[in-house]
Ligand binder design. Structure first.
Ligand code: PGA
Length: 260
């Protein structure tokens, strides 16, 4: 059984004081989350402060990006090793905003995935088609290309240590969520590819999250899909109550799937 994972991606939002308040509110609202793993990904500037607030509690810390080298002359960059040193367990890689705004290539994302794995940081590898690609019937081709390239030269046991996120670009920050059926269809396709690349058993244990306009109102429908193992939440994660509700809904859906 896969434990649902709900990740809050705060993106480039918040002063240190705002980050502290948000992390504290989420921590206080989720004292004993059961059957779900919540993760917060604040901006780099707030990682240390949020790490302190989360302490050794059940909510994990994640970062929004990393460099592929452990150290060196890379002005403005932050390595996977540095994130681990701060207490981060997860790192978002291949987010469509970075692919688009920073021109991150599949090859670069793949180097980051491998670097994160080397340092024991769990990559959250994001894939997703644009609206135009979907209209042209290229959804599967696009996500397959991104997934295969992202996993190039990853050790055989690597995919099992990675979380995947299906994030249709047209659904991110637009208020237009993929329907649960659309999400399940792509998740099933990705899991099929992962079976091919690893084994059926290994692929069954890998978590595939959905991201794109997830909020407290539309989360139930998504989590009811057995292929959806949680969510990567942007905008709604800036509201502690909304994020807490989404986490609770993921936990409830997981419990229902286990017949509890
Ligand atoms: P959104 O962002 O929830 O604001 O659509 C999701 C994401 O970019 O991860």
């Amino acid at each position: 059984m896969r434990t649902p994972l709900v990740i809050g991606n705060w993106k480039m939002h918040g002063t240190l004081a705002e980050a502290r308040a948000l992390a504290s509110a989420v921590r206080d609202g989720l004292r004993r989350p059961r059957g779900v793993e919540p993760v917060l990904c604040p901006p780099f500037t707030a990682l240390a402060a949020v790490a302190e607030i989360l302490g050794n509690g059940p909510i994990r810390l994640g970062a929004q990006n990393c460099h592929d080298e452990p150290s060196g002359a890379h002005t403005g960059e932050i390595s996977a090793a540095m994130l681990v040193d701060l207490g981060a367990r997860y790192v978002l890689l291949g987010h469509s905003e970075r692919r688009r705004e920073m021109g991150e290539s599949d090859a670069q994302i793949n180097r980051k995935v491998r670097a994160a794995l080397v340092h024991g940081l769990t990559p959250v590898l994001c894939v997703g088609e644009t609206g135009e690609e979907r209209r042209q019937g290229l959804t599967f081709t696009t996500v397959e290309g991104q997934l295969r390239a992202g996993l190039a030269d990853v050790p055989a046991d690597g995919p099992a240590k990675i979380v995947f996120a299906y994030e249709p670009v047209w659904a991110i920050g637009t208020g237009v969520q993929a329907t649960p059926t659309q999400a399940a269809e792509v998740h099933g396709y990705l899991r099929g590819l992962l079976s091919e690349l690893t084994s059926k058993e290994a692929a069954q244990a890998i978590r595939i999250l959905y991201g794109g306009s997830v909020n407290a109102d539309n989360a139930d429908g998504l989590f009811a899909e057995p292929e959806v193992d949680g969510a990567l939440v942007g905008g709604a994660s800036l509201n502690p109550q909304a994020f807490i509700t989404i986490v609770r809904k993921a936990a409830r859906a997981g419990a229902a799937a286990r017949g509890e």
